[in-house]
Design a protein around this ligand. Structure first.
Ligand code: SAM
Length: 199
């Protein structure tokens, strides 16, 4: 987020075909919930393209990168590392320490797919569990980011978006960014102009 040190999400491992949707959603969740950058594996190009496309239309700042070796990213990372795993310490017990650390250091958040190497558990400054029950990297990432930013990510703005969603109790409304900035356009009967939101 704009008001903190850099927060980067690393997708560790990707099985083309089987993990495509989940890897895409790791990237989309990282972007929507306040991370600055996502690093995807080299073999997740389709997911990287989808996240880049959404960022182009709905705004950033948000960067998408691909790397051949996820292990090397972790090894060479100079800031702090959180590894999300059901075997870790409860997020509610460590969130204050991680938040305090983010005031002085950047943070790499690692989410797995297939099994991750044990060295990752050892390198991590915090192995963090969002409940000690098995579920999904997307769910774990979403809850962790919300705890990290204490809900501020829900209010973030998207300065370079080319379109904005206008919240509605019922129905869908998407307007060009310049129209959303125009108070005479938003909230008038032209609200009935709708467009599909994301794809
Ligand atoms: N069996 C895999 C393993 O050995 O790590 C876990 C697969 S799980 C579907 C994929 C990823 O989801 C994990 O690597 C972890 O990042 C995340 N995850 C699953 N449950 C979690 C939990 N309770 N808390 C935090 N992260 C979790």
């Amino acid at each position: 987020m704009q008001d903190s040190h850099e927060v980067v999400v690393l997708r560790f491992g990707h099985r083309p075909g089987r993990d495509d949707r989940m890897t895409t959603h790791v990237g989309l969740t990282a972007r929507a919930l306040g991370a600055d950058r996502v690093i995807l594996p080299d073999n997740a190009t389709q997911s990287a393209e989808t996240v880049a496309d959404i960022t182009g239309r709905f705004g950033g700042p948000f960067a998408i990168e691909q790397r051949e070796s996820q292990a090397a990213v972790v090894r060479n990372w100079e800031g702090s590392v959180v590894h999300l795993t059901m075997y870790g310490l409860p997020v509610q017990d460590v969130q204050n320490d991680v938040r305090a650390d983010l005031k002085t250091d950047s943070l790499l958040i690692v989410v797995g797919g297939e099994k991750v190497p044990f060295e990752l558990y050892e390198r991590a400054d915090w192995n963090v569990a969002v409940t000690n029950q098995p579920h999904s990297e997307v769910a774990g990432l979403a809850v962790f980011l919300d705890r990290l930013f204490d809900g501020r990510e829900l209010e973030q703005s998207w300065p370079d978006a080319d379109r904005h969603v206008i919240p509605k109790a019922t129905g869908k409304k998407v307007v060009p960014a310049d129209a959303a900035d125009d108070s005479e356009t938003v909230g008038t009967p032209s609200d009935s102009n709708t467009a599909d939101s994301s794809r």
